[in-house]
Design a protein around this ligand. Sequence first.
Ligand code: C2O
Ligand code: CU
Ligand code: CU
Length: 503
Amino acid sequence: MHRRTFLAGLASLASAPAVAQMKMDDMDNMPGMDMGDHMGHDMGAPSGKTVTLPEGEALRELPRLVNESRTPGLFKARLSAEPATLRFAEGLDTPALGYNGMSPGPLIEAVEGDRVEITFANGIPNEASTIHWHGMPVPADQDGNPMDPVASGAEKTYGFDLPEGSAASYWYHPHPHGKTAEQVYRGLAGVFLVRPKADPVPAAYGDTVLVFTDLRLAADGTMPDNTMIDLMNGRVGDHVLVNGQKNPRLEVPFGTKRRFRLYNVTNARFLRLAFDGAPMTIIGTDGGLLEAPVAADDILLSPAERLELIVSFEKPGPVTLYTLDYDRGWMGAGRPADAGLTLLTVNVSETPAEQVPPLPDTLRPMAQLGAPLVNRRFVFTETMAMNATGMEMGFLINGTAFDMSRVDVVSKAGQVELWEVVNQADMDHPFHVHGTQFQVVEHERDGKKSAPAYRAWKDTVNVARGETVRLLLRQDRPGPRMYHCHILEHEQLGMMGIVDVQA
Ligand code: C2O
Ligand code: CU
Ligand code: CU
């Protein structure tokens, strides 16, 4: 729907009887309504009430999940989702959810060709959960779909083999029906690195994982529930954290070339980023390395996307990783400040780094998918409707909201398809498909077509408002797969479907 209609709809709500049933908290957040004293409170955006977090601590490395197996080629471990008390600010306890007590969860690291067996224990009181292996080529029934919930108190062992060529920066998070957004913003997300047997990137560049999460803290240290504004736009917090820390610090000698893996695991925060004073080269995306390195002035990381970079720290002094403005479309009040956040500070010392080998000109060959046998079209729209308990936003694909018992698309394993994803809505929607990696072939906006700057394997692509993205995709394993907007509140409000891949 269009913003004008949307706002007119909201204005007419003022006289609708159902309005009385909306919580006052939500009312505070309604755009275009005169709420007197209530206006301006609880907008879910940075405000005077924001708790101050410590900055400048040494960047922590994410703890690794320990492999309990002695058998070569087998990675075996336990992961439990459970309530955890975290400490972000001095003297404040934050009740949250963690994997093995941590948020972000422990980093899982395996190698191409490995067998993975992870026993998941759901210790979340009264809520089902699952573990979804975002971007990974795992069988459909091992992929933590909402159709396969693990009840509170129950366990499930997920097992899968990592094929050759699958090395990439994946991640894991819950995917239970109706609870994904909340379980993720409460702390459940972690990194899953699959390493190649031989890595073309020099080991001397290191390999530093930077996981971005988005925290909103109330004055008492708790994480407030989602407001109406959050449901519309997706939850954007007050603090973007890196590996759980606010603006941590990294020390490097000058002349250092460092490999970074950037992960956006926020519910809904778009991150347009640059290093101030250090050139970036993109070497990989969601699905692993590119064919060749590509220089970049700035990068856009929409929710769920990942990028691998080489950053050259060429002169001594501080360098910051900071955010630039990006308008992803915002409904109602409280548009967060996108630009000018410092996410990481790198102190480049006077001591010169040791000589390191240059980055190779080519990284790996990348197969092309060939001509599609089937064309499909997915159209995103936004709606608003009244029901008995208040206003309901709907986020739809091809006019319908997600229904777990409905198959939306039937496809065939091994068949190349062209998916055309059309965003007719007022916000950007990052589109994600489970179980495979795809290649974007074209963007179209206002009748203008353009090819992506480089060929890449992706599992999530931002589809800007008014834009059409065309991608080639092939699912190699049978079973039901989800496709959805990775603004998790939108996924929860209906912007998801099921493709059933048949053998
Ligand atoms: Cu991160 Cu359904 O996915
Ligand atoms: Cu996924
Ligand atoms: Cu969306």
